[in-house]
Each structure stands twice: as structure tokens, then as C-alpha cells.
Design a protein around this ligand. Sequence first.
Ligand SMILES: *Cc1c(COP(=O)(O)O)cnc(C)c1O
Length: 372
Amino acid sequence: MRLETKAIHSGLDVLKESIAVVPPLNTSTIFEHDQQGSQPGDLNYTRAQNPNRAQLEALIADLEEGEACATFSSGVAAAAAVFQALEPGDHVIMPEDVYHGNRQLMKQLMTPWGLQCDYVDMTDLNKVEDVINSDTKLLWIETPSNPMLLISDIAELCKLAKSNDLLVCVDNTWPTPVNQLPLELGADLSLHSTTKYFGGHSDILGGAVVAKQEEGIFKRIRQIQITAGAVPSPRDCWLLSRSIRTLPYRMRGHNENAGHVARFLQDHPKVDRVFYPGLESDPGNEIAKNQMNGYGGMVSFLYSGKKEQTIRAVGRSELILRATSLGGVESTWEHRRSSEGEDSTTPQNLIRISVGLEHPEDLLEDLGKALG
Ligand SMILES: *Cc1c(COP(=O)(O)O)cnc(C)c1O
């Protein structure tokens, strides 16, 4: 089946309990054992397994071309499970502009727990190679990166990782499987904040890890999911499965609208620079063309002005909402540095937009007025 078809049909037959076309929401936290004491469908207690979660995990695994998926109550909980699947003393390599929540997770929790981490520019293979040592176990990739939209070459990085026996995890939150399939490019794990495009309506928090193989590191991730217990509720799983049915068509809309916005900004006199891999002039365009099916809904740009003027421009929008996060049907934007806090290196005049599914002309009119 093709992706659009899988988004609609996958997972429906997992633990199917009735003839309903749409799987019912199953809120029971406990399941009755049979008279011999065995557990039909391996159902026992909802922290360990639940029909709605099993359906969601089968659906996401199928979309990402993976063998198995574990879902979590947030994207950072999913990332924490990947890190905890390593051993104290292990070394991890992350991009220098990695999503700031994952940087905080590494700094505040995982480094004190015993992991070592180097942050490097992943657009340069030599810089990655330079920091690999005998303790290195995991290469963490995020492309396009956040908020600079740098593109790194997944296939090349995976080759380098494999020749050094490293695991590769790609944070695929921004592209989604519609625009990028990391497991097909050689990665072992693909990670999601399902809070973003998977949910798509800014009303669900969640995370997922998909594995190329059910054996190996994934077994440990599954154990952490159940033992540490940062699992999503049945209701969130049910709603997320419903949202994913339309993911391929929503992503096409996000890709198309973001292309309009990026080109508009590129020609605007109040804009110094646009970061969007779909622009011919973008340094990541060549690699993005090879590894992506679409360039995504996120655009960053440098406003021609200082911090205060940049914040004022963001304040002038009437349609585009001032909010953090991304991936919803509504367009949002923010002065990114203010969101990232003290140790952020994001330029003070950078604005990040999550381009929604409104009519593009309405978005361009609002942008034109706000930028001045
Ligand atoms: C939001 C986000 C996360 C974290 O997910 P939460 O659901 O907020 O915990 C991880 N990676 C990227 C790229 C994100 O945008």
C-alpha cells in the first residue's frame, strides 16, 4: 500500500474487538484474565498494553517503514527512553542546534545520569567523524534542524555511523514520514513529537519511537516505556490515530503554503535572509532534494532590525497567531530566541513560522502588513 492508503487503513485490525469501522475508545485500565489465568491479546493492565495504543503503534510503524513502534506521553519522553536505553558512560553525538528541549534533557538529566555528549555541526561529516571515540554509541540527527533548517545528509551520516558501530536516531518530527523516511535511508530509529504534525490540531501531546528492527535496542526501549510508564492515555492514542488519517494531505498543504511564504519572504525588503530547504538558493537544497519528498511547513527568517523591532513585527500580525510549537492547521509564529531561553544561540532577529493550512494569499497579506 502507498502512504495515503496506509494512513487510512493501517492498525485497524490490531486487537479488533467489534464490527465498528472506527475502533472504539477503550478506557478500561484492566482486562479480565480467562479461567485458566491467561491474558487474551496480552491485555492485562493499560500501562503495559491497551488496544488503542497497540492500534496507534502499528499505524505509525507502518508509515515509517519500521518493524515496531513505542508511543509516549510526549516527544521528550520518547527521547528520554532512547537515551536511557544506553548505558552510563556511553557517548552521544547531537547537532549543535538540536531541538532545545532535547538539549535540556541531555544537559539536566542524562549527563548527570552518566551519558557524555558532543554537539557538532552535522552538515559537515568531518566534524562528526572527529568526535567519534571508543565510547560513542549513538548519533542523533535532526534534519531540517530547528530553528535554522540546516540540512544534513542522512544516508552519508548513517554510512559513517555503521562503519563505527553506532546506532542512528533521526528526530523526524518536522518532516514526518510524508516528507522523509529515515529508516529507508539507513537509520535504526525514527523519533517523533506526535504533538506536532501527527496530531496536527494543537490539541494532543505525545511522542513515538519507531525501530527498523524489533530486535536490539528497541527491546530495551519497550521495557523503559512500560517500566518508567510515560505512556499516552487511550484517549490521546485514539484521537492521534484519527488525526493521522489525514496526515499525508495536510502535509501536502503545509509544504505548498510554506513554499509560498518562503518565496514571498525572500523578495521582501524587510527580510535579510530566509531559511527554507525548498528554496533553490538554500545551502541544503541539493541534499534535501535527494532525501525529502517535500520541504515541510516550517520557515525561519532574519528580520531586518534588532531584537525589539523583530518582537514588534511579530506583534503586528492579525491572522498569524503568536505561539510556540508547530504543526497545527493554524499558522503561528514567534521570536524564537525568547522561547529558547538563556543559553540560546539563535539570532535575536530570527522569526520562526509554522505555516498552517489557511489560504496562502491571506497569509501573505498578513505577513506583508506585519513586516511593514
Ligand atoms: C516539539 C519537539 C520535540 C519535543 O516534543 P514534545 O512533544 O514537546 O515533548 C522534539 N523534537 C522536535 C524537533 C520538536 O519540534
